[in-house]
Design a protein around this ligand. Structure first.
Ligand code: 8YV
Length: 315
């Protein structure tokens, strides 16, 4: 059985996925500039049954209203804060994402960022390359990772995978979450501020979106304090970026390891000169294996919707 209809690509996708969509599903791409987009929606909007997208494009109520036969939004990526899931639910539109397949890589990235930020490996690498070792002598001492205390904001799949890895480092782990997680060995802390006050390293692993906007605010950053480190592999929006930049510039925070930013791909330039920060261009899931697995799961969701009317991994 095939439910048919047009598959619409909204926003850029990795090229192998774009090819699979056009070759196997005759997908069409929504134009990005306004007049063409409006013309496309007026002419073809009524044929579209599935949207395939990733975190770069907004799938809002207006767009869904222009696609009256839409049945599913299939997202490449685990985060779906760019999709209006409430409107989708009201309209009976299924939304899928790509959980689990990227958990290991994102958790690896978090641990890598913790080690790099605390031991300053990227900064020491720059020190060697600049020829400073023979001139300026040994690099200043840094901070130990093993057995440090770590607080995790968001103990979902990725937060739990980070905790598991850090347990092997002998770290003491506590967490804050919307709800207390049953059957976990990690200590629950009622608020992000209390968690920050209690730990050396605060890792942000919570979902993005309005519900978590600036959850890590200036109070949380102050509670972490001048000996504390902030690591963010989730979404830039979860952290008050201005407060973070100010704390780092003023030495009110020991350091930060950031894979995500509020206005990607723009990164606050004041951070570029600071050796206390490690800045990554949102590469948490960016390995060959994980991106291939994300693509396969995206296509499974699409195929399943087109043949059965249901997605495999609904949000
Ligand atoms: C990717 C991500 O950057 O899955 C997510 O939510 O943030 C990352 O894996 C993104 O989805 C691909 O563009």
């Amino acid at each position: 059985m095939s439910l048919g209809g047009t598959v619409l690509q909204v926003g850029p996708l990795r090229s192998s996925l774009e090819h699979a969509l056009t070759d196997d599903h005759a997908a069409v791409r929504l134009p990005e500039s306004d007049p063409q987009r409006a013309a496309f929606l007026a002419e073809r909007g009524n044929d579209v049954t599935v949207v395939v997208t990733s975190g770069h494009a907004r799938i809002d109520d207006d767009l869904m209203a222009a696609l009256p036969k839409l049945g599913a939004v299939v997202n490449f990526g685990v985060g779906y804060e760019h999709i209006d899931v409430e409107s989708a639910a009201k309209r009976g539109v299924a939304v899928s994402n790509t959980p689990d397949v990227l958990t290991d890589c994102v958790a690896d990235t978090a641990v890598g960022l913790i080690i790099d930020t605390m031991r300053q490996f990227s900064a020491t690498d720059r020190y060697v390359r600049a020829g400073r070792w023979p001139v300026d002598g040994d690099y200043p001492l840094t901070r130990q990772v093993s057995r440090t205390s770590v607080g995790i904001i968001g103990l979902g799949r990725i937060g739990s995978a980070i905790a598991l890895r850090l347990s092997a480092f002998g770290c003491t782990i506590s967490y804050h979450n919307r709800r207390r997680v049953p059957d976990t060995v990690y200590a629950y802390v009622e608020s992000p501020v209390d968690l920050a006050r209690a730990v050396d390293v605060l890792v942000v692993a919570a979902a993005g979106g309005e519900g978590t906007r600036a959850l890590v605010d200036h109070e949380v950053i102050d509670a972490l304090g001048p000996r504390g480190y902030l690591i963010n592999i989730a979404r830039g929006s979860v952290v008050d970026e201005d407060a973070l930049v100010a704390a780092l510039l003023e030495g009110r925070l020991a350091g930060a390891g950031l894979d995500v930013f509020d206005d990607e791909p723009r990164v606050p330039e004041q951070l570029f000169a600071l050796e206390s920060v490690v800045l990554l261009p949102h590469v948490g899931s960016a390995t060959e294996q994980t991106r291939a697995a994300m693509e396969a799961l995206t296509l499974r969701n699409l195929d399943s919707f087109l043949t059965t009317g249901a997605v495999v991994t609904p949000v």
